[in-house]
Design a protein around this ligand. Structure first.
Ligand SMILES: [Zn+2]
Length: 118
């Protein structure tokens, strides 16, 4: 049985006896909203930036067309790194890439004639 952690939304598999959420980060994009910090669970600040960018770009896909955004990531007060990270907030440039995917499907001649028409 698989389920999602209600807190960090990571997939939890039954063989994982104990799940620990990754550290919590606060992410904001000053270019678009300098006030709102979003909470993101990630193993490191750079992955929090990536994760935020992915969600941000989900609707527009502007980043698939080469747009980059700059986000600021800082440890949440619950993050073990909060008091020990001497460098505090970090700034990341986020970009995206669409990976081309190709498909093939065999065209089978309909030997019985155009039974679909008429
Ligand atoms: Zn979790």
């Amino acid at each position: 049985m698989t389920d999602r952690c209600p807190k960090c939304e990571a997939w939890i598999y039954s063989y994982e006896r104990r799940h620990e959420c990754p550290p919590l980060w606060l992410v904001k994009c000053p270019e678009y909203d300098d006030e709102t910090w979003d909470e993101v669970y990630a193993v490191a600040a750079e992955y929090a930036a990536e994760s935020w960018a992915e969600e941000y770009d989900a609707d527009s896909h502007d980043m698939m067309d080469g747009e980059t955004i700059v986000v600021v990531v800082t440890p949440h007060v619950d993050n073990p790194c909060y008091n020990t990270c001497d460098d505090g907030a970090k700034t990341f440039t986020c970009s995206g890439e669409a990976v081309p995917t190709y498909y093939s499907e065999e065209i089978v001649d309909d030997k019985d004639g155009d039974s679909d028409e008429n």
